[in-house]
Design a protein around this ligand. Structure first.
Ligand code: FAQ
Length: 310
């Protein structure tokens, strides 16, 4: 009966037994996962765009090869995540088109422009650094196909974070002009990186239920705090600052305290009114439309071979 299925699911969640694709699950659990994994997949593929902006202008062949590899990794992450979402019964073209139509979100961070080369180092360091804090927690999420995808993604993301920090370090040890570029980039990306963790716990409508289901293991504010605690010593090692006069070490709690996030800006960006929302979605829509003949040809090829095999 339905009650027995629900009781079995609840017992598995309570015992930390991972939920597999073929297991019974409440419809709301399934829908929440499609929303979150879908948003995560869209973020990976949209996230390729700000970095691609600097591919042809990388300062050396070495930097260019690293950046190319990183962008390809993001495409791969998108593919694992779309596959994980499909195990829940959604259709990939359907959720992709919802993103193009503004009916599904992707991370706010990718609606900010990349204005100088330092932005590429800072994205690796701060944006991948924030992503990894969130994603390490998701390696233990209750839905097994999502958790398994996260393990490989985290390994690659950790390389991205280190290459970003190494690129930032090169600029911090460079000329006064390079240090100024790096500081400018940190000034622009610091607050948007903190916004990646989502609204504060008291304003996060999905958190309470997602924590009960163990989709989320830590709250938005807990992960944001962990990111700040990880990052401030790295910032100090570069002799850089953040645009937050309230940032200070709090001995009693063992955490860095920080100022108030501009939530109005966050909500504007996720509603589609950020600096680059139109440009990002426009680029993806063009690629989707221009690639339609490839999808049709691939389907025709598969059908021809299916007939031959039969
Ligand atoms: N941007 O109730 P909550 C990467 C939405 S890393 C946009 O707290 P939830 C790697 C949220 O969807 C970035 N929307 O929601 C990379 C909800 O809207 P909805 C991707 C946001 O789900 C690096 C509403 O606000 N990582 O791509 C944001 O419990 C470099 C209320 O929020 C992930 O997606 C935001 N920042 O918690 C790639 C991680 N924050 O759907 C390329 C997986 C919140 O009800 C280059 N996702 N919203 O209309 C998660 O962990 C969660 O979904 C949260 C939000 C924590 C993001």
């Amino acid at each position: 009966t339905h009650e027995q299925q629900q009781a079995y699911f609840d017992a598995n969640i309570a015992a930390d037994t991972p939920i597999e694709a073929k297991d019974w699950m409440p419809d709301a659990y399934r829908q929440t996962l499609i929303r979150q994994i879908g948003q995560h997949a869209h973020s990976e593929v949209i996230g390729m765009l700000p970095e691609a902006n600097w591919l042809t202008r990388a300062p050396s062949l070495r930097r260019k090869a690293i950046l190319l590899a990183k962008i390809q990794d993001e495409a791969g992450h998108g593919l694992y995540l779309y596959s994980a979402a499909e195990t829940l019964g959604c259709s990939r073209p359907d959720i992709y088109e919802k993103m193009l139509d503004g009916k599904m979100k992707y991370s706010s961070i990718f609606n900010y422009p990349t204005l100088n080369w330092a932005d590429i180092g800072v994205i690796g360091w701060l944006v991948d650094g924030a992503a990894i804090v969130n994603q390490v927690a998701l390696c233990r999420t209750s839905y097994a196909p999502y958790a398994r995808a996260m393990v490989k993604i985290c390994k690659e993301e950790s390389f991205h974070q280190r290459q970003g920090y190494e690129a930032a370090m090169a600029m911090a040890n460079g000329s006064a002009e390079q240090r100024a570029m790096l500081q400018d980039s940190i000034n622009r990306f610091w607050w948007p990186a903190l916004m990646m963790f989502g609204p504060t716990d008291s304003d996060s409508p999905n958190s309470a239920q997602s924590m009960v289901w163990k989709i989320k293991r830590h709250s938005n504010d807990e992960l944001r705090q962990k990111f700040v605690d990880n990052t401030v010593p790295q910032l100090e090692a570069l002799n850089m600052t953040v645009p937050d006069p309230d940032l200070k070490w709090d001995e009693a709690s063992g955490h860095y305290r920080f100022g108030t996030i501009n939530w109005d800006e966050f909500y504007q960006v996720i509603k589609g009114h950020g600096l680059c929302n139109h440009e990002r979605v426009g680029a993806k829509r063009r690629a989707w439309e221009e690639g339609s003949w490839v999808r049709e040809a691939a389907m025709a090829h598969a059908e021809k071979h299916a007939v031959k095999a039969a």
